[in-house]
Write a protein that binds this ligand. Structure first.
Ligand code: SAM
Length: 276
């Protein structure tokens, strides 16, 4: 690829089209097609299997909303796990919480980590933090082998194709519940309501059967299909809508605020109807 328009198709008839200035790296890894490209509007961008994973310009929205909503909901998150997330953006946000003693990242594809460090350094930089342990392996297996360990688990996975299929299964959510401590919280990206309503419905149904508190929240991410993204949160004890004001401490963000923490759970009616 180079100097041309790239389209990520959402349906047979609709897609997002982005002008690519040049390709920085392209490779078929053991798990997926990896492209690191330079774009005009969005800076460097990571594509996996032809889908936009992150861009230097709008990455902050996704990474802040994955990390800070559960971390401010839990009163004392010390041990955190990220499944996927090899670009390092979620880890960077977790590291803004001084109370977190350890964050483990398990991504199946070491190449994502390697090329994110090279071409997305401001996203991946905190992967070197001494509070972070990076493991290359299957998140599903890691969860299956973990018991009563984590305060918060964040699933920053690709769409449910290829290596991530198992990460959208009820068995995986049951494993997450087992891997969490008795007051643990988990969050997973759950795609968009325009083109994947069934996915959101199914994830919510499965998570509700396992977690007493299940919520859906949204964020605006321009380079993702439809721009309206959802996140599913499952919690054993703490409700993200009942976080007291004194819980919030100052951190530097560009999207997340303590007001947005609650506002993000206010859903447009057609989205709320999906998960009734
Ligand atoms: N934020 C993006 C989105 O919503 O489109 C996804 C970010 S990308 C870093 C997701 C990562 O999940 C990829 O690096 C991929 O290698 C990883 N992944 C996919 N399946 C996985 C699995 N079974 N275990 C661990 N990581 C996995």
């Amino acid at each position: 690829m180079g100097g041309h328009w790239f389209t990520e198709k959402q349906t047979e008839n609709f897609g997002i089209t982005i002008k690519i200035n040049r390709t920085l790296h392209t490779e078929q890894t053991e798990f997926q097609k990896l492209d690191m490209v330079e774009t005009e509007e969005w800076g460097n961008m990571l594509l996996l299997d032809g889908m936009v994973m992150t861009s230097q310009v709008d990455e902050f929205v996704y990474h802040e909303m994955v990390a800070h909503v559960p971390l401010f909901t839990h009163p004392n998150p010390e041990n955190v796990l990220v499944v996927g997330g090899g670009d390092g953006g979620v880890i960077r946000e977790i590291m803004k919480h001084p109370g977190v003693k350890k964050a483990t990242l398990v991504d199946i594809d070491g190449k994502v980590i390697e090329y994110s460090k090279k071409y997305l350094p401001e996203i991946a930089g905190e992967l070197e933090n001494e509070r972070v342990e990076v493991k290359v392996g299957d998140g599903f297996m890691h969860i299956a082998e973990s018991n009563n360990e984590y305060d918060v688990i964040m699933v920053d996975s690709t769409e449910p194709v290829g290596p991530a299929v198992n990460l959208f299964s009820k068995g995986f959510y049951a494993g997450i519940s087992k891997a969490l401590k008795e007051d643990g919280i988990f969050v997973a990206q759950s795609d968009n309501p325009w083109f994947t309503p069934d996915l959101i419905r199914n994830v919510q149904r499965d998570v509700r059967e396992i977690f007493p508190i299940t919520r859906l929240y949204t964020a605006n991410i321009p380079t993702y299909p439809s721009g309206l993204w959802t996140f599913t949160l499952g919690s054993k004890k703490y409700d993200p809508l009942e976080v007291s004001e004194d819980r919030f401490h100052e951190i530097e963000t560009k999207y997340y605020t303590k007001e947005l923490h609650k506002a993000a759970f206010v859903l447009p009616k057609f989205v709320a109807d999906l998960i009734k």
